[in-house]
Design a protein around this ligand. Structure first.
Ligand code: ZN
Ligand code: ZN
Length: 344
């Protein structure tokens, strides 16, 4: 195998510390595409990794899975893209052979992995991926916006699973990028009221621009349960989304809605063992479901991106060399960052 390019990859070596390793990019296999990365965004999950507290990702780990770029080289069997094409990538790796894969439910693949957990990350100059996971960027998307198709797909998966419908009253807890994108998609689905709860005034202001009809800021004295009762004339919300990953917000997500309501949990729990009231499930016939990643959501997210201004979510940009600084900026609440994009 021939060496094609030199590559530098950013990784988290220990809590709050980043370094770069060098590794050549080899000629792609027949079904692979080598991507020259142009924009790479920091995900909420990267912050859990950077803090050393991601429940399922031990350190050191190469990070970065929200990205876009240009096709730099293709394998012999690749037909859908050519060198020079602008693309984004669905960063999951699936086996294609298990029962779930054969049924087309590759999101439930028994061997599902993500590029960054397999030692390949997008905080780098290049990444090699399977052709099947590559999506050309439509003309309306910049590289920066293209890097955000991945989080938009996460939000798309959650909103589709929750089947948010006309006029429904929705509560979203957490106004990070996922919470804001869930809000934007609920708006496109013509939800009636969309209330968003967060501690950051700047994030809530952004959420209003993306379609939140009401914002709740406990730091400014707002009370989530009171607001939910007001919006729903006492009955409770129809659906809720937990986009934080804490015991308290999980409980809020499952107690703020009406009987037979549905909570969708998306947050990553650094402390997964939480205490909840089991009788609530029975007495109120509530439903709580998880939502992880995506499965056939990328094409939908690409379509929805025509109506959602993804670039507006980007609050900071850094050159790749400043990865350490970028991650520290993300962790600093004074920065009120939403999306940070690195440019290799
Ligand atoms: Zn992500
Ligand atoms: Zn599989």
């Amino acid at each position: 195998m021939k060496e094609l390019f030199k590559n530098r990859l950013g990784r988290v070596v220990s809590p709050k510390t980043v370094d770069f390793i060098e590794r050549p990019v080899m000629e792609p296999a027949d079904d692979e595409v080598v991507v020259k990365i142009v924009a790479s965004a920091i995900c909420g999950s990267d912050m859990h990794i950077f803090s050393g507290r991601h429940p399922s990702v031990p350190l050191p780990v190469i990070i970065g899975h929200e990205f876009s770029g240009d096709v730099a080289a293709i394998g012999k069997g690749v037909r859908r893209v050519e060198p020079g094409d602008r693309i984004t990538v669905e960063p999951c790796i699936v086996c294609g052979k298990c029962d779930a894969c054969l049924r087309g439910h590759y999101g439930y693949c028994e061997h599902i992995g993500f590029t960054y957990r397999n030692g390949d990350g997008a905080m780098a100059n290049y990444i090699t991926v399977k052709e099947a996971r590559v999506y050309p960027l439509p003309a309306h998307l910049s590289y920066q916006a293209g890097a955000l198709i991945e989080p938009l797909s996460v939000a798309t998966h959650a909103v589709r699973r929750a089947d948010v419908g006309l006029g429904e009253k929705v509560l979203v807890i957490g106004a990070g990028a996922i919470g804001i994108l869930v809000t934007a998609l609920c708006r496109l689905r013509e939800a009636g009221d969309i209330a968003l709860c967060d501690h950051s005034a700047a994030r809530l202001a952004m959420a209003r621009e993306f379609g939140a009809s009401r914002t709740i800021n406990p730091r400014e004295g707002d009370d989530l349960e009171k607001a939910a009762r007001e919006i729903s004339s006492g009955a409770g919300m129809d659906k809720s989304f937990e986009c934080v990953g804490r015991e308290s917000t999980f409980i809020q997500a499952m107690t703020s809605f009406r009987r037979n309501g549905l909570a969708t949990i998306i947050g990553i729990f650094e402390e997964p063992n939480i205490r909840i009231d089991a009788m609530r499930f029975i007495n109120y016939e509530i439903r709580v479901q998880g939502s992880q990643g995506y499965c056939w959501d990328f094409p939908i997210a690409l379509k929805m991106s025509e109506r959602i201004d993804l670039e507006k979510l980007i609050t900071h940009e850094f050159p790749l060399d400043d990865l350490q600084k970028a991650l520290e900026t993300c962790l600093d609440p004074r920065e009120e960052s939403i999306k940070l994009v690195l440019r290799p």
